[in-house]
Ligand binder design. Structure first.
Ligand code: S3P
Length: 438
C-alpha cells in the first residue's frame, strides 16, 4: 500500500488535458473485440479498469497492439468478427464492475464455457442484477453465494449459447445492467426492448450505433434487434468528466481559482455535474464543443469568486446521474456555506467500497460533523477540517476525493492506499501537484 501526503494549497489554477473516459473506453474495447476489422482508438483511458476489458478481449481472441506514446498513443483492436474463442483461463475483470457486468452480456450468446473472476472488492459486489435478465434470455449463468440481501456475486460461470429477446424493465438505475442486456440483445433471436426508471448514461447506445448497430427509442423504451454484425471504427475517446470532477471540486475550494480542462466528454447524461458545480458557485464556460460518434466533447473553464461557495441538496434522479461524483462532492461539503445533503444514493454502498460509510469515516477523521443515512449523508457547511490519516479502502474515488478535501485542511493529510487512484486516473497526483498553488 502506498501513502501520499497532501499539503494544503493557497489556490487552484492551470490547464490540463485528461485521459479518455473510462465508461466509453470499456464500451469501445468490448465492441471492437466483437466487430469485424481493426478499430483504432486514440486517448483510450489510462486507468487499470478499461485495461481489464482489453485483456479480456485479448483472451476472447481479439488482437490488440499499442502504438505511439503520450498524445499520439493509439490502441488497435482487430476484432473477432462476431465469434469469440474459448478462453484458456478465467476472464479476470480485476477491480472493474463495468467489465464484469457488461462482458457477461457480450459473451453469453457464444457457445463456450466462461468463468468471470475479479479482485476482493469486485467479488463482494452484487451480480444478481445481471444474472436475472440474462437468465430470462435463456443464458445458463451461475453466481457464487446468493444468500445475502444482494444475492450472488463473482466468480460467475456462463455456459454460453443462443439467447432469446426479452422485454426488460430495469429495477435499479444502472447503465452497466442496461448495457449487459443491450450487448446480449444485439446477438439474440428477436428484438430486445428495455426501459429504465431513471435515464442512465447512454454511451452504449452511441457506441453501438458508431459500430454500425441499429437500435431505436420509442418513448421510454429502447429496442435492439438481434443478430447484428458490427464493423470497426476510428475514434478518439473524450476526456473523462468523472476524473475532471476532482479538479472542478478543487477549484470550488478557493475564491480565485481558474481552471481549464481540454477535450472533456460532455454527454448530457453525464453533464449534470456541471449544473451542480454551477449551483455550488462555480462559473462555468464551455468552449469549442464538437461531436464524435454521438459523444459531445468540449473545453471547460471554471472560475470562482470570493464568498461564492454555497451548498445544495442532491436527491432523486440527480443522485443516480452523478453517482461517481458524489464522494468528492461529499468530501468538499464541510467547506461550503450551507452544507450538502445527499439522498437516494443507496447504490453508493455497493460500489468499489461502501462509499457512504467510508466518506463518513474519513470526514470524521478530518474533524467534520455529519449525519449518515442509509441512502446518503447530511454534511453541514461552515466547518474547517484538519489533516488526518485517510483510509482509501482501496477505492480509487475515495483516495482522490480526500486528496481534494486535504487541499483546504489545516496541516498535512496522509492518503493511505493512494495507489487505488490508478484504477481510473493514474496521472491524478501529478496533475494535482501541478494545479495546486502553494
Ligand atoms: C458505469 C455505470 C455506473 C458507474 C460506473 C460506470 C458505466 O455504475 O458507477 O462507474 O460505465 O456504465 P452502475 O451501472 O452500477 O450504476
Amino acid at each position: 500500500m502506498s501513502t501520499q501526503v497532501i499539503r494544503p494549497a493557497r489556490n487552484f489554477q492551470g490547464s490540463v488535458t485528461l485521459p479518455g473516459d473510462k465508461s466509453i473506453s470499456h464500451r469501445y474495447a468490448m465492441l471492437a473485440g466483437l466487430a469485424e476489422g481493426t478499430t483504432r482508438l486514440s486517448n483510450f483511458s489510462t486507468g487499470a479498469d478499461p485495461h481489464s476489458s482489453l485483456a479480456c478481449m485479448a483472451a476472447l481472441g481479439a488482437q490488440i497492439t499499442h502504438t505511439g506514446h503520450g498524445p499520439a498513443r493509439v490502441i488497435e483492436i482487430t476484432g473477432t468478427a462476431g465469434s469469440f474463442i474459448q478462453p484458456e483461463h478465467p476472464l479476470d475483470c480485476g477491480n472493474s464492475g463495468s467489465t464484469m457486468r457488461m462482458l457477461a452480456g457480450l459473451i453469453a450468446p457464444h457457445p463456450h464455457h466462461f468463468t468471470l473472476i475479479g479482485d476482493h472488492s469486485l467479488t463482494l459486489r452484487p451480480m444478481e442484477r445481471i444474472r436475472k435478465p440474462l437468465a430470462a434470455m435463456g443464458a445458463e449463468i451461475h453466481l457464487t453465494g446468493g444468500d445475502g440481501a444482494q444475492g450472488g456475486h463473482a466468480p460467475i460461470t456462463i455456459n454460453g449459447g443462443p439467447l432469446t429477446a426479452i422485454d426488460f424493465d430495469t429495477p435499479i438505475p444502472s447503465a452497466q445492467v442496461k448495457t449487459a442486456v443491450l450487448f446480449a440483445g444485439l446477438q439474440a433471436n428477436g428484438t430486445t426492448s428495455l426501459s429504465e426508471s431513471v435515464r442512465t448514461r447512454d454511451h452504449s447506445e452511441h457506441a453501438l450505433r458508431a459500430f454500425g448497430a441499429n437500435l431505436y427509442r420509442n418513448g421510454d423504451r429502447l429496442s435492439i434487434p438481434g443478430h447484428q454484425k458490427l464493423r470497426a471504427i476510428d475514434a478518439t475517446v473524450p476526456g473523462d468528466l468523472s476524473s475532471a470532477a476532482f479538479f472542478l471540486c478543487a477549484a470550488l475550494l478557493f475564491p480565485d481559482s481558474n481552471l481549464i480542462l481540454d477535450s472533456i466528454g460532455m454527454n448530457p447524461t453525464r453533464a449534470s455535474l456541471l449544473d451542480v458545480i454551477t449551483a455550488l458557485g462555480g462559473k462555468i464556460k464551455i468552449l469549442n464543443v464538437e461531436e464524435h460518434h454521438g459523444e459531445l466533447i468540449g473545453t471547460i473553464q471554471v472560475t470562482t469568486v470570493p464568498g461564492g461557495f454555497k451548498g445544495m441538496e442532491i436527491a432523486g434522479a440527480l443522485s443516480a446521474q452523478i453517482i461517481d461524483e458524489l464522494p468528492v462532492l461529499a468530501a468538499i461539503a464541510p467547506y461550503t456555506r450551507d452544507g450538502i445533503t445527499i439522498r437516494d444514493a443507496k447504490e453508493l454502498r455497493v460500489k468499489e467500497s461502501d462509499r457512504i460509510a467510508l466518506v463518513a469515516q474519513n470526514l470524521k477523521a478530518m474533524g467534520a460533523t455529519l449525519t449518515e443515512h442509509e441512502d446518503g449523508l447530511t454534511i453541514p457547511g461552515g466547518q474547517q477540517l484538519h489533516g488526518a490519516a485517510i483510509d482509501s479502502g482501496t477505492d480509487h474515488r475515495i483516495a482522490m476525493a480526500f486528496s481534494i478535501a486535504a487541499l483546504r485542511a489545516t496541516g498535512d493529510t496522509e492518503i493511505h492506499g493512494a495507489e487505488a487512484a490508478a484504477i481510473s486516473f493514474p496521472e491524478f497526483f501529478s496533475h494535482l501537484d501541478e494545479l495546486s498553488q502553494r
